[in-house]
Design a protein around this ligand. Structure first.
Ligand code: ASP
Ligand code: MG
Length: 424
């Protein structure tokens, strides 16, 4: 049995959503379908939370109402009148949940507020898609993923409780599949112990797909996108990208870790651990071969794999008393980052200083800097880019760093990382 994950782009419009039908109709076995929020819904929900956090609750509620209108228009275009009426009623219950979540937004609990609001995008989309499937005589059981993906309360980057989730997933989805029937659920979301909603990090639907495939022992995962497959770099940022036919888990996890937007970074581990291949295919033309990600790939001669992460901050932390940055200082420093759940994208240490490159999250950086400043002198440099190239060649490094001010470079045999700034 297989799992199909459809990203936001594949259901961005009602016309696009129809492309799911031939893909699903040709499956002989039951399927697990995981769907993202439609198009840019997640971004729209982020705007709603931020608006409410800024104290503009009326405007946030209006934006939520406008989002409901958009979903209703989408559903009415896609569905027959009869099914539409039922869909609208189902949606209205969850749009009420959205309005309640917006009213409860608390700027002091930003991450929590974010998850209560943002999690709903995939609930809306899966309701509409499951009704489309029903109308077309493809009966899928719709499951609210918050009933089976249990996590801790790290809002916006929740950690899955693997044992508990597995039991629940097997009890609900597993049983249905054994009866020869298919299921549809949301990616990206789950629930914490207290029942509040959580999200698994942006682009987290891929991760949900991998979790479910591992827990249900499925044969493969296919991520349906609007591109032909994985490219060696983001075509929106670079010219002359090339499509990769087959690539190892190892390469992809490295690229995702350093910020490639291709796949959620946590997606690969459950697949690799269970040796489940991941296909990336184009829903616009399912006959194209796409990319396969698996344990071993024949072609060891990859093109340079390029990842550019914007909006980076470089923190330089120096001991005030001139003590060396050795294990004791390092472990204290790591603990400070770890306690605040700040991921370090690159580090380097010297005799009395330590340099860390992190994502620019103003609130987190302010708090971090205050704590560090108690024992260390802290300098920080903003507006940077982190360039990572696997399988680099001198030419590609030259090409991508020319005209940039390079602040730091780290190189191993397979990977080069450069922190750089555009010259003004
Ligand atoms: N809808 C979420 C996002 O846009 C999750 C996903 O698409 O994977 O990040
Ligand atoms: Mg997406």
């Amino acid at each position: 049995m297989r799992l199909f994950k459809f990203g936001g782009a594949s259901i961005a419009t009602p016309e696009r959503a129809l492309a799911l039908l031939p893909i699903l109709a040709t499956e002989n076995e039951p399927v697990v379908v995981v769907v993202s929020a439609m198009g840019k819904t997640t971004n729209a929900l982020e705007v709603i939370v931020n608006t409410a956090c800024g104290g503009n609750f009326t405007e946030a509620a209006e934006l939520a109402a406008a989002l409901q209108e958009q979903h209703l228009l989408y559903a009415s275009t896609l569905l027959s009148e009869e099914i539409y009426v039922e869909t609208a009623a189902l949606l209205s219950g969850y749009f009420n949940e959205l309005q309640r979540a917006v009213a409860a937004v608390d700027a002091a609990r930003y991450d929590w507020s974010y998850d209560q609001v943002v999690c709903l995008g995939e609930v809306f989309s899966t309701i509409i898609i499951s009704m489309l499937l029903r109308e077309r005589h493809l009966p899928y059981l719709w499951i609210d993923a918050r009933t089976f993906i249990s996590t801790d309360n790290t809002y916006r980057d929740a950690v899955v409780d693997w044992n508990r989730s597995r039991q629940q997933v097997q009890a609900v989805a597993g049983r249905r599949l054994k009866q020869g029937k298919s299921v549809i659920t949301q990616g990206f979301i789950g629930a914490a112990q207290d029942g509040s909603s959580v999200t698994l990090g942006r682009e987290g639907s891929d991760y949900t797909a991998a979790i479910l495939a591992a827990m249900l022992g499925l044969e493969s995962v296919t991520i349906w996108k609007d591109v032909e497959g994985l490219q060696n770099a983001d075509p929106k940022l670079f010219n002359n990208t090339v499509k990769i036919e087959a690539i190892t888990y190892n390469e992809v996890i490295e690229m995702a870790f350093y910020g490639a937007q291709i796949i959620h970074p946590k997606t690969i581990k459950p697949l690799q651990n269970n040796n489940i291949p991941l296909y990336v295919k184009c829903f616009l033309d399912p006959s194209l071969p796409g990319t396969v990600i698996k344990a071993e790939a024949d072609d060891a001669h990859y093109p340079p794999l390029i990842v550019l992460k914007e909006n980076q901050v470089l923190l330089q932390v120096t001991t005030r008393d001139f003590s060396f940055i050795t294990e004791d200082n390092l472990s204290a420093l790591y603990a400070i980052f770890h306690e605040r759940k700040i991921k370090i994208n690159l580090i380097q240490n010297a005799a009395i200083s330590f340099v860390a490159c992190i994502d620019n999250r103003a609130d987190k950086i302010r708090e971090l800097t205050n704590v560090l400043a108690q024992n260390y002198k802290v300098l920080h440099n903003e507006g940077l880019q982190l360039l990572t190239i696997r399988h680099h060649t001198p030419q590609i490094v030259e090409e991508l760093t020319t005209g940039k001010q390079v602040l730091l470079k780290q190189e191993t045999r397979k990977t080069i990382q450069v922190i750089m700034k555009r010259r003004d």
